[in-house]
Design a protein around this ligand. Structure first.
Ligand code: ZN
Length: 407
């Protein structure tokens, strides 16, 4: 469903004028400054002990222990090694959530970080060590102002994001049994310069739709399979070569295959990467019509279309508008950018949560070009500046406080 609301620009103007820094911000800032060296040490430890999707036992254990020590109510083993933690403030207010993912990535390239991975073949080259530490930084900051906190902070430490299965597994395992949030936020490290954050209302990361065309008949199956493959391929509006850059969100990228089945049945599979909900609906309707037209006497053709099998990310427009305004008030206009484009070859399972509550994700700058560090996820030389932890935590604390206070 389209998330872009009319009047967004007017609201942006109004929100910019209305928001000043939250009254609790000075204490949050002081807590984070006092804890920065300990947080950086924690991140280095995670970086040295990366764990693949589904194996985040050590990371989850460290996270849960720290959250308990800070006074959170903690659930562990949620959807695998997931950890959920709730802090109840001393004043009434809504529940607001922040999600961090914990898993690392297979990589045999040498790690340029001085605190390099000690686990052969596994590295944090997607920055989830930063995300996890940032989640704990928020825990420290909010625990320090607990009595004055309006509402409740729910922290989600998610496993298996790299397999795009952890969010769904946590949801299936009663993720929100402690509390149901009114809004859910997340960040992802990005090659923006450290100190900058960026987002965009609406489509933010492409989802992946799974398509299956089932053909049943006594003759002409081979020709029908060719036609079905051609139909899936014809859904594409860009080629794989074009998908290597970042594009405006209306694109459809198609992958065809495999073909399964024996006897009088064949199933032709395909995957479509789509960011924009309107493009998704157009593509689905066109495929439904085209697959119906494949049928003829003696041959049936049916389409199964699983939208957002990998959910991608659809940012709630108003959440981004309000968060941008708060971030500008805190960090200055130049620190907050609009990203505008979607990388078709990257995805995210954060969007799985938007069935429960509106969501917004920000890209968190971790590059430091003066030092030659570039935080491009899933590249051999990935390096993330430790300064992004406290900068990102200050930023997200401001956004979360704003939402807790009704903004
Ligand atoms: Zn990632």
């Amino acid at each position: 469903m389209p998330r872009l609301l009319p009047g967004t620009l007017l609201l942006l103007g109004a929100a910019t004028q209305l928001h000043a820094q939250h009254p609790l911000t000075p204490r949050i800032t002081a807590t984070l400054a006092a804890r920065e060296s300990a947080l950086i040490a924690f991140r280095h430890d995670l970086h040295q002990h990366p764990e693949l999707s589904g194996q985040e036992e050590r990371t989850a254990g460290l996270v849960a222990a720290r959250l308990r020590a800070l006074g959170f109510t903690v659930r562990t083993g949620v959807g695998g090694h997931g950890v959920v933690a709730l802090l109840t403030g001393g004043k009434p207010g809504p529940v607001v959530a922040f999600r961090a993912d914990m898993d690392a990535v297979p990589s045999t390239d040498p790690d340029p970080a001085p605190y390099r991975s000690l686990v052969p073949g596994v590295r944090h080259i997607c920055g989830h060590d930063i995300h996890t530490t940032l989640g704990l930084a928020l825990a420290e900051a909010f625990a320090a102002v607990r009595m004055e906190l309006p509402g409740k902070l729910l922290l989600i430490f998610q496993p298996a994001e790299e397999r795009a299965s952890g969010a769904a597994a946590m949801l299936q395992d009663s993720l929100f049994s402690l509390a149901r949030p009114a809004a859910i936020y997340a960040v992802h490290t990005a090659p923006l310069e450290v100190g900058r954050l960026g987002s965009e209302p609406g489509p933010f990361f492409a989802g992946r739709d799974r398509v299956a065309i089932t053909l049943t008949g006594d003759s002409g199956l081979a020709a029908a399979v060719d036609s079905a493959r051609a139909l899936i391929a014809a859904s594409a509006t860009i080629t794989l070569a074009q998908a290597r850059g970042a594009l405006a969100p209306g694109f459809v990228l198609a992958e065809v295959g495999p073909v399964a089945g024996t006897g009088r049945e064949r199933v032709v599979w395909g995957t479509l990467s789509i960011a924009d909900p309107a493009a998704r609906e157009r593509t689905r309707a066109r495929l439904e019509r085209a697959v119906r037209a494949l049928a003829r006497p003696g041959l049936t053709a049916t389409l199964r279309y699983e939208a957002r099998a990998i959910p991608g990310v659809l940012n709630d427009s108003l959440m981004v508008v309000h968060a941008d305004a708060r971030l500008r008030a805190l960090l200055g206009d130049s620190a907050v950018v609009r990203t505008g484009v979607v990388p078709p070859l990257f995805s995210e399972d954060f969007g799985a949560y938007d069935r429960v509550a509106p969501t917004a994700m920000y890209l968190l700058g971790v590059s430091n070009r003066a030092r030659g560090w570039v935080g491009m996820p899933h590249t051999a030389g990935y390096m993330a500046d430790d300064a992004a932890i406290v900068l990102g935590a200050r930023a997200m604390a401001e956004v979360l406080l704003g939402r807790l206070s009704g903004g």
